[in-house]
Design a protein around this ligand. Structure first.
Ligand code: NAD
Ligand code: G6P
Ligand code: MN
Length: 441
């Protein structure tokens, strides 16, 4: 069986440990010859690299594992490059969330003005990184899930129009499917969803039982009404995530036709959400106080002990597992189904062809084959056309260095929606992002 070479860009990410454990756990299923971590921050990546050295020596001794800040060493000979960079780091995420909230607008990692600010930073760094990857690994599959994935996908589509080995992915639709299976008490892999939307802005129109063909959506609606909605891994989640998932109940009461992605709550209830968010302590603060500390503490403990021993946990990591399964589908040409971000080209037939949409695709060695959704109803079309227009104008602003286009993008965004507010928050974000954004004139 062929063994694959994989690089993870953003080796210092809080998600990397989950990947290292999952690659070790799935070594029979997806065998690796070489695994390299790459990051621009040597100090942040080092403890994770050292953890990897210890873990793989015990659990995967034949694996050639290393970590580096040298792109040539990182990318040469790679079959797959997983991208999970956070341009500007969690400190800038904090600014993205705090600044709009201090002005009464949603402050969120990927939605609204904060997402647009992050989008500008990611466009700069992602385009640079993909050029670098292509210099050393012209044939590698690039699996990007760096956020904001909608804006990054649009920018990459324009910068690399002929690159057919560049895939943008988000785990949230699958997280919602997994959560639904917990509610139904069934195996999530026995659910066959139909989904449409943009990244972090979509709906499930059907959730079929793979075996019987029954559409389980009416049952899901009833259970959510009675019991609420929980993430599949609720026991490992912070309170803010439990609240976000719980809000699916409210969304289903008002719009019962389809099961929403959890992110829809920001767009459908911005005033309620703003009033329930704390401008001085947002999700970025929660991550810095929680997940980030836990990950690096785990590294420090293992490094101090010099061994994993029975500390190796077999708890699966849904996020890493999904991304690895995406790579497997390509490597082994399985044509398995995944919800992916692809150029529309008629999949949602009443939306523009060049929108980057999120739909169910079959995935194999020649890339994703999107499944047709057909026309979507006016309400959803209206919401999505407004959002895709905002995202496209933002990417115009990025490529053209245009303040005017950025102002239009912000004004058109449903979470801003007013030109004076747009100018105010845009100017504040330009100031906060000096050195990260291209200059807008
Ligand atoms: P983090 O800040 O902990 O880690 C990000 C790492 O990226 C840091 O070590 C940083 O030094 C590195 N980095 C920054 N710029 C870089 C560059 N230009 N090249 C290489 N490395 C760079 O962030 P995190 O919370 O672990 O999240 C990582 C990323 O994964 C984010 O973009 C996040 O939004 C994304 N993510 C996406 C999904 C999805 O479903 N699409 C799911 C989970 C995480
Ligand atoms: C989900 C989304 C990602 C997002 C992440 C944020 O997984 O799909 O796109 O980055 O949540 O999680 P966090 O715990 O960092 O707020
Ligand atoms: Mn996502």
């Amino acid at each position: 069986m062929k063994k694959y070479n994989v690089c993870i860009v953003g080796g210092g990410s809080t998600y990397t440990l989950g990947f290292l454990k999952s690659f070790a756990r799935l070594q029979e299923e997806f065998p690796l010859a070489k695994l390299v971590l790459f990051d621009i921050d040597e100090k942040r990546q080092e403890p994770i690299g050292k953890y990897g050295d210890i873990m793989f020596a015990e659990r995967y001794p034949e694996l050639d594992f290393s970590y580096t800040t040298d792109p040539e060493k990182a990318y040469t000979g790679m079959d797959f490059v997983f991208m999970q960079m956070r341009s500007g780091g969690l400190k800038m995420r904090q600014a993205d969330e705090h600044i709009p909230l201090s002005m009464g607008m949603i402050g969120q990692e990927t939605c609204g003005p904060g997402g647009m600010a992050y989008g500008m930073r990611s466009c700069v760094d992602m385009i640079k990184a993909v050029h670098e990857i292509r210099k050393y690994a012209p044939e590698a599959w690039i699996l990007n899930y760096s956020n904001p994935a909608a804006i990054v996908a649009e920018a990459l589509r324009r910068e690399f129009p002929d690159d057919t080995r560049l895939l943008n992915i988000c785990d949230q639709p699958e997280n919602v499917v997994r959560s639904t299976s917990r509610l139904l008490g069934c195996d999530w892999e026995n659910l066959d969803p139909v989904y449409f939307g943009l990244n972090h802005y979509g709906w499930f129109t059907h959730i079929y039982d793979k075996t019987t063909g029954e559409d389980l959506l009416p049952k899901v609606r009833q259970i959510v009404k009675e019991k609420g909605f929980l993430p599949q891994d609720a026991e490992q989640r912070d309170q803010s995530w439990l609240d976000t998932y719980g809000f699916v109940q409210t969304m289903l009461e008002d719009f019962p036709d389809y099961l929403p992605n959890t992110y829809d709550g920001y767009y459908l209830y911005p005033e309620y959400k703003v009033s329930h968010l704390n401008p001085e302590f947002t999700r970025a603060d929660e991550v810095m106080a929680g997940r980030e500390k836990r990950v690096f503490k785990e590294c420090d403990e293992i490094i101090a002990a010099g061994k994993l021993g029975d500390k190796f946990d077999h708890i699966s990591d849904a996020h890493a597992e999904m991304m690895i399964k995406v790579a497997e589908a390509i490597a082994f040409n399985t044509n398995g189904r995944f919800i992916l971000i692809v150029e529309n080209k008629g999949a949602i037939c009443n939306m523009q062809d060049d929108a980057m949409v999120e739909v169910v695709c079959e995935l194999g060695i020649n890339g994703p084959r999107p499944m047709r959704v057909g026309p979507i109803p006016q309400f959803y079309l209206g919401l999505l056309v407004q959002q895709v227009s905002s995202e496209k104008l933002l990417v115009d602003a990025f490529f053209e260095g245009s303040y005017q286009k950025a102002l239009m993008a912000f004004t058109l965004n449903r979470l801003v929606n007013d030109a004076k507010k747009a100018r105010k928050v845009l100017d504040a974000l330009i100031e906060a992002n000096k050195g990260y954004w291209p200059e807008l004139k």
